[in-house]
Design a protein around this ligand. Structure first.
Ligand SMILES: Cc1c2[nH]c(c1CCC(=O)O)Cc1[nH]c(c(CCC(=O)O)c1C)Cc1[nH]c(c(CCC(=O)O)c1C)Cc1[nH]c(c(C)c1CCC(=O)O)C2
Length: 343
């Protein structure tokens, strides 16, 4: 493992200033070159499964901004797709899936799971060969709870009511769904690591809608299981957990799941983030809308994070994915602000 991937040092607990920097959804529609490749690809899933094009879009933000980390271009919903579920992405509507029934959950399995995902592994292999040596390569998956919410509702919802209701009404089938997703996600991450990923991130975008007991059973336990399975094979590869909206539960989430780094959303108070840094690296947490607005809103936001968290293990990032309406010039300004910061 090269010594000069500074994000890996931060994940070991080292404070580096200015901190390493990347953005969730850094390859995306705010970039004209992404929109151009996307037009050539056909459907969004075609883009995810075409190693030539997936490598191309993954590298676009690295070439433009020189971020310290590159995240594999794919989507969390390739896992249900590779398990044989129908997954489509429609312009302006987001993901659409055929909602899964309890009976279908009990029959859910696939002996061609890794065959279906082979193009993703090929993308990771090519990326590691193409990326600058100092750039950390991040693999990822969705957390079982977040993936399950889309599989059950069939589309995005504001509060994941369909999945919460399903979990209460059909606990046996729901538990089985989380187990199938945890086992397959762990196997998926292990293959990404074997293909060249230096770090893996688990996205739990919907962990903020659950009560205490459900958070424990649906978010903490399945992610802990993934971490266990990945560590059994790759004990030294850092795992970043991003339980968006976990609020007061962030610290216990780190302790119980065993994740190395914590992705924090922009609602986490910087004082609380400072406390979280005592037990390891944090990654975040600029409000993506400060980046859309630019100017003083942006510079104030960047400054506050660097001031509060800059002397501990920090990976500078947004508190959620960059939005399509973000001006590229504002991303350039953010990179400059972070890279030229002095303590
Ligand atoms: C919930 C979720 C999904 N996908 C993902 C999550 C978790 C993180 C989060 O909460 O944002 C994760 C994801 N999706 C994508 C990546 C690529 C890597 C990166 O650059 O961060 C990653 C890490 C590409 C994508 N995934 C998607 C796009 C946009 C589709 C397009 O280009 O046409 C991209 C670049 C589509 C997608 N995929 C998903 C949704 C809800 C949507 C529609 C919303 C939207 O359109 O922005 C599911």
């Amino acid at each position: 493992m090269p010594q000069n991937r500074i994000m890996l040092d931060v994940l070991k607990g080292k404070a580096i200033f200015p901190p390493p920097l990347w953005m969730m959804r850094q390859a995306g529609r705010y970039l004209p070159e992404y929109r151009e490749t996307r037009r050539r690809a056909g459907s969004f899933l075609d883009l995810c499964y075409d190693p030539d094009l997936a490598v191309e879009v993954t590298l676009q933000p690295i070439e433009r901004f020189g971020f310290d980390a590159s995240i594999l271009f794919s989507d969390i919903l390739v896992v249900p797709h590779a398990l044989g579920r129908d997954v489509r992405f429609e312009e302006g509507r987001g993901p659409l899936l055929t909602p899964i029934s309890a009976a279908e959950i009990l029959a859910l399995e696939s002996d061609v799971f890794h065959v279906n995902l082979e193009p993703v592994y090929e993308t990771v292999r090519r990326l590691r060969a193409r990326l600058p040596d100092e750039t950390t390569l991040i693999g990822f998956c969705g957390a079982p709870w977040t993936v399950a919410t889309y599989m059950i509702a069939g589309h995005g919802t504001p509060d994941q009511a369909p999945a919460r209701l399903f979990a209460y009404r059909k606990p046996v089938a729901f538990k089985q769904l989380l187990k199938v997703l945890a086992d397959h996600s762990a196997a998926y991450l292990i293959r990404q690591i074997q293909a060249g990923a230096d770090v893996v991130q688990i996205f739990d975008s919907w962990s903020g809608v659950l009560d205490d007991a459900s958070f424990e059973q649906f978010c903490v336990e399945p992610v802990a299981e993934i971490v266990r399975q990945v560590r059994a094979v790759h004990p030294d590869v850092p795992v970043i957990g991003f339980p968006k909206g976990a609020g007061a539960r962030y610290q216990s989430y780190r302790e119980k799941t065993g994740v190395t780094g914590l992705g924090i959303d922009w609602t986490v108070p910087l004082s609380a983030a400072k406390d979280l840094q005592r037990s390891g690296a944090v990654q975040g947490n600029l409000d993506p809308l400060r980046l859309v607005a630019g100017g003083k809103a942006l510079s104030d936001g960047v400054e506050a994070i660097l001031k509060a968290l800059g002397d501990g293990p920090l990976i500078f990032n947004l508190g959620h994915g960059i939005t399509p309406e973000t001006p590229v010039a504002h991303v350039e300004a953010m990179v400059k602000l972070v890279r030229s910061a002095t303590r």
